[in-house]
Write a new protein. Sequence first.
Length: 279
Amino acid sequence: MKSVKPKKNLGQHFLTDLNIAKRIADTVDACPDIPVLEIGPGMGVLTQYLVEKPREVKAVEIDAESVAYLYEKFPTLRENILGEDFLRMPLEDVFSGRQFVLTGNYPYDISSQIFFKMLDYKDLIPCCTGMIQREVALRMAAQPGNKTYGILSILIQAWYDVEYLFTVDEDVFNPPPKVKSAVIRMTRNNVSKLDCDEKLFKRLVKTVFNQRRKMLRVSLRQLFNTGKPADGFYEQDIMTKRPEQLSIPQLVGLTNMVAEQLELASFANGGRERSDVRS
């Protein structure tokens, strides 16, 4: 079989170290007894170890050349090799509504988009493993007070426990990337619903972390488009903190504080304030 040439426009860096490939494949064992969906199998270096496991495996690959290669390399898997764009797929259809593990050697340039889509389907995906850019892995696993703690850390850790498993050097890829990689595992926690307005929580997190160097009493003002909160709101102790100092429970509590003020402001503005923030 003719090898697939890595395509720069697809962010392809094919893993060449079989030992590392097997270690990545074995990360799915933490969530047994459910099917596995691999993203971006390329030439199947990870796939070959996944199919050895006693569970159903499907692989989604956007590159037509890679799909043709995979058809030839894994003829018995042909029906389960999906030549589609993962970001556009309705995931509830992949395994007929059943839960599954997500894994892969993820393209660096769309890894965050992949994980945000995972969050949209968090009830279908109890476990997600795989390899990403080390910098992104550190952000995802970061704790409050760390300079890498931010939007991605919070939105993922609100629903998943994140484990940074091991680092992968540049020289085990073709072509070698310019940065180190890391293997992670995310496992759904016990949270079924945040104790706040989840849309407002997401908006608040993005708002304050887009001005992460400013105190909350400054960045939160953007959430009040046409009105203002009650006197004393910005004088509370928490308002002197910067967003990276807050844990997820504290951000949930802050969301409820803001929601209460928005409700009050909406009465003073004929209901406009609340609808503006939710738009």
